[in-house]
Design a protein around this ligand. Structure first.
Ligand code: 6MZ
Length: 348
């Protein structure tokens, strides 16, 4: 009974989602539509999602993204996927969403990286015009596997959209298989982006033995950190890394289901949310890849509540404090805070 009630509360809770990869967020229903569009690929649902109780290695997770990329390779696909994902987040009570995605060129279908970003912006505007109750912004993602030249190209593309997208493009993400490539090669691109006014959200220490890279990237410093699983001493990190995060007050984006299903964290109760939350450090609950990991943001809040015993008041504070971590300007933060105040008496 308790769990059911907390579940309802988490659904009604207004929420902020700051770490969502577009192609990892594609729902079962949307995958169904894509499979029907491309029957010749012989792709089944079991290849695009990791179900309840299942675990994969992080390498296997990256294979899943490759399958989804085969299904999403035209402008029409991207438009459908992006509008579906935005509507689904809105239905789950997300009021502010920062989506991220890696611009892809597809020679077979004529898709270009520029068109890729334009199409996502179109999806955001369509949802807005339809009156979907959610403020959506976009982070252009750098896939670390593609190396420094591609990274620089992506930064330049993001700079163009920073100026022309009416505030919809707000920053850069650094992601991709953490075991491939080295952050030091990507520093010039990231520095350039930062100097142009793009905010930086970087995947950091998602796997062990990235200490040197994390140290280097923390000197930028980034505006937010994705995962940061192995930063603290108890996980093989170091106090000096933790001190850098604390000194610069860099928020962490934490994704419980993703980390447990991807096996970088052994169990929910051992998730590093506990470490950072106890320090009072800004920690934002996120989904990462709601489609691939079969979750949604309400469920992630519920997991935090049941695993770490957070009260409703504490859950409310957690979602409200996420507003301070968004990349959109101060005026947007203020609007969201008023919105939260308005909604509070509805759910308590
Ligand atoms: C690192 C991840 C990730 O960009 O095609 N991505 N990068 N760690 C993770 N932990 C599980 N989950 C997703 O969405 C898929 C891409 O997002 C990144 C990978 O680069 C993946 O190919 P987009 O929309």
């Amino acid at each position: 009974v308790m769990d059911h009630e907390v579940g309802l509360f988490c659904r009604e809770l207004p929420k902020v989602e700051l770490h969502a990869h577009l192609n990892g967020s594609v729902s079962y229903q949307t995958i169904e539509k894509l499979i029907r569009r491309k029957p010749h690929l012989n792709i089944e649902h079991s290849m695009t999602a990791i179900g309840k109780g299942q675990r994969r290695t992080l390498e296997e997770c990256f294979q899943v993204f490759k399958v989804i990329h085969q299904l999403v390779d035209t402008e029409e696909d991207i438009l459908m996927v992006a509008t579906d994902v935005i509507r689904e987040f809105a239905e789950d009570g997300v009021k502010y969403l920062e989506l991220r995605s890696t611009p892809r060129e597809e020679k077979n279908t004529g898709l270009t990286k520029k068109r890729y970003v334009e199409t996502i912006i179109k999806a955001i505007q369509q949802c807005k015009n339809e009156g979907v109750d959610i403020d959506v912004r976009f982070l252009v993602a750098i896939d670390r596997r593609n190396g420094p030249e591609a990274a620089m190209e992506t930064v330049k593309l993001a700079e163009e959209f920073l100026l022309s997208s009416d505030g919809l493009v707000v920053g850069l993400d650094l992601s991709g298989d953490p075991k491939v490539g080295h952050g030091k090669d990507l520093l010039p691109a990231l520095q350039r982006g930062r100097n142009s006014g793009l905010k930086l959200s970087l995947h950091l220490s998602e796997v062990p033995s990235q200490l040197e890279e994390s140290d280097l990237l923390l000197n930028l410093p980034p505006d937010r950190i994705g995962h940061g699983t192995f930063l603290h001493p108890e996980m093989g990190g170091s106090q000096s890394l933790v001190d850098k995060v604390l000194k610069n007050n860099i928020p962490l984006e934490l994704c419980l289901t993703s980390n447990v299903k991807g096996q970088t964290v052994p169990s929910y109760s051992k998730h590093h949310f506990k470490y950072w939350y106890q320090l009072g450090h800004p920690s934002v609950i996120c989904t990462d890849d709601k489609g691939v990991f079969c979750t949604d943001l309400s469920h992630e809040y519920q997991l935090v509540a049941s695993t770490f015993g957070l009260s409703r008041e504490a859950l409310w504070n957690l979602s409200q404090q996420a507003i301070d971590c968004i990349f959109a300007p101060e005026t947007v933060k203020q609007q969201l805070k008023w919105r939260w105040t308005d909604l509070k008496h509805h759910i308590f």
